[in-house]
Design a protein around this ligand. Structure first.
Ligand SMILES: Nc1ncnc2c1ncn2[C@@H]1O[C@H](COP(=O)(O)OP(=O)(O)OP(=O)(O)O)[C@@H](O)[C@H]1O
Ligand SMILES: [Mg+2]
Length: 148
């Protein structure tokens, strides 16, 4: 595990950029953290690195896809009652695609997470600095953690 402190939203955004550069394709990133922890801020950084500025939280639609290179697919499980609702939008098909997948509110759908994944747990809210714990599950993600 690695712990990174992001003092400002810009630092969280910049971590998202570095993360996107370091990730293999395909890859899966599970984000944990309460309301306002900075999950979407981090994904905005990932999107900026991919080449899109339009990242907004897919809270109501569950998924947003960006036709970047590599493709970025952004999920939000906040409003889901259970993993079945995630499977209903074709989640398992996304897992087979050549894309970078990132999921907010991973704590809501623990059973749906792929075995090999990178977990980021964000702590802190409001104007506090954010502490980000980064844990690799699977050898492919160990080098990602080292690169951050
Ligand atoms: N160090 C920081 N990193 C990230 N965001 C910060 C930081 N400091 C303050 N903020 C603010 O915290 C808020 C984070 O909002 P964001 O939408 O990214 O959170 P979230 O975890 O996606 O919340 P939700 O669960 O509602 O999806 C923003 O208003 C941002 O400006
Ligand atoms: Mg969000």
């Amino acid at each position: 595990m690695k712990t990174i402190v992001c003092k400002t939203e810009e630092e969280t955004h910049s971590l998202g950029r570095r993360l996107f550069r370091a990730l293999p394709v395909p890859s899966f990133v599970a984000l944990y953290g309460e309301l306002g922890a900075g999950k979407t801020a981090l994904v905005r950084g990932m999107g900026a690195e991919a080449g899109t500025k339009e990242v907004r939280s897919p809270t109501f639609t569950i998924v947003h896809e960006y036709e970047t290179e590599p493709r970025l697919v952004h999920f939000d499980a906040y409003r889901l009652a259970d993993a079945e609702e995630l499977y209903a939008i074709g989640f398992e098909d996304y897992l087979t695609q050549q894309a970078v997948l990132v999921l907010e509110w991973a704590e809501r759908v623990p059973e749906a997470l792929p075995k090999e994944r990178l977990e980021l747990r964000l702590f802190g809210s409001g104007d506090e600095p954010r502490t980000v714990e980064i844990v690799p599950f699977g050898t492919a993600y160990e080098s990602v953690v080292d690169a951050l």
